[in-house]
Each structure stands twice: as structure tokens, then as C-alpha cells.
Design a protein around this ligand. Structure first.
Ligand code: ASP
Length: 338
């Protein structure tokens, strides 16, 4: 049997950082050197090649530029490798994984994001297991051909995850979608939850728009705060984080402001700030307002997926097409049967 090949891409994050004993801060280091200290990597029955960002970043600095860099690297090496493992800081990993899930269309190979809460150089690190199991998954024929996050025993669909804990090793949750695999003594794959296999040629999209904004509702939000965002010329798409199953205050000024923004051609996506469950627009009078003005229901989409889907669609298609696709499931990011 042909030996499998996995490409490891190190972008930065805690996993590869070392404590600077003078400042007490965690700083990125020479990752090549760190890898050489993990003898288990040599025992794999697959070839592992590694690429590093020349300047490793804290993932709080990751954004569209990072996503494009990753997409270009994966496209360049796509034919040569059977799977990809991306080492990334945990803070914005769910955003990067979501962005790639939309920007790489008809993916035919596994892309597994992972990282750690404690650096690899620390004795109690969670990074070693995360890294080793991610490589095992990326080189397996049984793995989903999707963008995933592997963290603390669970393989999750990337665009369904959210960083949940800054303290515990199980830092990520996927409240609205079951794990694609669970690692114990064996790795148990759950193919019934995979995206359907497709034979289309993989497309690597390379445009995103930053002309979006998020409004998080809270009791007592002021009119000028909302209209400031809705009326800003630079915001072509606005993600609303609303209450419960998609509700907003029943105020005339708010209805007028949303109506005006939509009439001007802005896209409004209604998502809930509950991490579990989704929007049911029209269930209450306070969400029917959103249907009446023409806001799109984000169903049970996460904030990370909503933001990156909006950025991808507005950067890639006409507003009319972006509006239509916002309501459609592109990469398993939301349920349709609510
Ligand atoms: N601040 C780090 C980062 O996201 C945290 C981590 O990697 O866990 O890059």
C-alpha cells in the first residue's frame, strides 16, 4: 500500500510557544526544533512534511490574510498530500476553520485544525495528543473530507465549533452538531454525520470582504448604537446576535432602521447569541419583525460561521447571489429542517 502523506502547517499559537523567563510571557519559537523533540512523529507509517509561517502569530492576529495564506499553501500542495493538519492558536481557530470550510469548495481531503491550551514544551501539555491524533486522522481513509477541528478527543466540524473554555483542555464545543469522530483507545468515526461525498473539482476561492459588522443586542441598547452600524456605508452585511430564538426589542425606531438598511441593499443575518439551538424567526412577535423587514434567518449557525460566511459571500458574489446563498447550507454550517 502506498505510504500516506500529510502536510503539517504551523501558523502559531500556544502549541509552539515557550515561556520567556525574563518577561513571563508565552512567545512563539522555532517550531522545527520543537517537532524534533517528539519522537512519536517518526513512528508514523506515513510521511509528514512540515511548513511554518515565517513569523508565527498569536491567533488573535489571524484574519482574512491568514486564511488566504493557508488556502494558497493548501492549493499549492493539494495534489501531493492525502491530508492536512493546521496548527493554529485556539482563540480564533473556529473562525479560520469556518472561513476555510466556505472558501475551499468541494474539498476532497481532510483538513484538521488543532492546537493546545498548554505549549508542547510543558510536561502537562495537551498539544502532543492533539497533534498526534490529528495526524492519524488526516492520514486515514476513514476521515471526513471536511475542514475539522480536533481537540481533546473530539473531531468536530470546523464551522460548527466555538471556543468554549480558556481553562479546560476541552476548549471547543459543537453544541448543534455531533462529533465526526471520537478518539479513545480506538478512533471511532461517525460517517453518518459527514458531508456527502462529491466528485466535483475542488475550488479555492481567494476573495473575502471586510465590509461586514456584528450587532450584539442587550437590554437597553441605544438607537444611535444600532443606527451607527446600520447606516455606515462600509457595512454591506450585518450579523445580528439576537436574544433566544431570534428576538429583538419591539421598537419602532429599530424596525425603521432595519427596514431602511435592507431597502438600501444591505444583508441582515439573524443569529442567536445562545450557543445551543437556533433562530426560529416568527415564533414570537419579537422575531416576526425581522421576517417582515426581510432579514435572513441564520437558523442554528454559530457566530464564527455567520461572520466568515458573510465575508466570503460578499467578497465573492453579487449582493443578490450572496443574499440567496446566505439562506442556503454551503458546507454543513447550519440545519435546514427547523
Ligand atoms: N492566544 C493563543 C492563540 O490563540 C491561545 C492559544 O493558542 O491557545 O494564539
Amino acid at each position: 500500500m502506498k505510504k500516506k502523506k500529510v502536510l503539517l502547517i504551523y501558523t502559531g499559537g500556544t502549541i509552539g510557544m515557550v515561556k520567556n523567563h525574563l518577561t513571563g510571557r508565552l512567545e512563539p519559537v522555532d517550531f522545527d526544533n520543537l517537532l524534533s523533540q517528539i519522537p512519536a512523529l517518526k513512528k508514523f507509517n506515513c510521511r509528514i512534511d512540515a511548513l511554518f509561517f515565517s513569523v508565527p502569530i498569536d491567533s488573535s492576529d489571524a484574519g482574512p490574510e491568514t486564511w488566504l495564506k493557508l488556502i494558497k499553501l493548501i492549493e499549492k500542495h493539494y495534489e501531493k498530500y492525502d491530508g492536512f493538519v493546521i496548527l493554529h492558536g485556539t482563540d480564533t481557530m473556529a473562525y479560520s476553520a469556518s472561513a476555510l470550510s466556505f472558501m475551499i469548495e468541494d474539498l476532497q481531503k481532510p483538513i484538521v485544525f488543532t492546537g493546545s491550551q498548554l505549549p508542547l514544551e510543558m510536561i502537562r501539555t495537551d498539544g502532543k495528543e492533539n497533534l498526534i491524533t490529528s495526524i492519524e486522522i488526516a492520514s486515514s481513509d476513514k476521515a471526513p473530507k471536511e475542514v475539522c477541528i480536533y481537540f481533546e478527543d473530539l473531531l468536530l466540524r470546523g464551522n460548527r465549533t466555538t471556543k468554549f473554555s480558556s481553562e479546560h483542555f476541552d476548549a471547543f464545543k459543537s453544541p448543534n452538531f455531533p462529533p465526526l469522530a471520537e478518539a479513545g483507545v480506538h478512533i471511532e468515526y461517525n460517517p453518518k454525520f459527514y458531508l456527502p461525498a462529491n466528485r466535483k473539482k475542488t475550488q479555492f476561492h481567494k476573495t473575502v470582504s471586510d465590509k461586514i459588522a456584528v450587532i450584539t443586542f442587550y437590554p437597553g441598547i441605544r438607537e444611535d448604537q444600532v443606527t451607527g452600524v446600520l447606516e455606515n456605508e462600509n457595512n454591506k452585511g450585518i450579523v445580528l446576535q439576537t436574544f433566544g430564538s431570534g428576538n429583538i426589542p419591539n421598537q419602532d425606531w429599530l424596525r425603521r432602521a432595519l427596514d431602511k438598511a435592507i431597502q438600501e441593499g444591505k444583508l441582515i443575518l439573524n443569529t442567536t447569541h445562545c450557543i445551543d439551538g437556533g433562530v426560529e424567526q416568527g415564533k414570537y412577535e419579537n422575531s416576526a419583525i425581522l421576517s417582515e423587514v426581510g432579514a435572513i434567518s441564520g437558523l442554528d449557525i454559530s457566530l464564527e460561521a455567520a461572520v466568515t460566511k458573510m465575508m466570503f459571500l460578499l467578497g465573492t458574489y453579487s449582493t443578490a447571489k450572496a443574499k440567496r446563498l446566505l439562506a442556503e447550507v454551503l458546507s454543513g454550517e447550519m440545519e435546514t429542517n427547523q
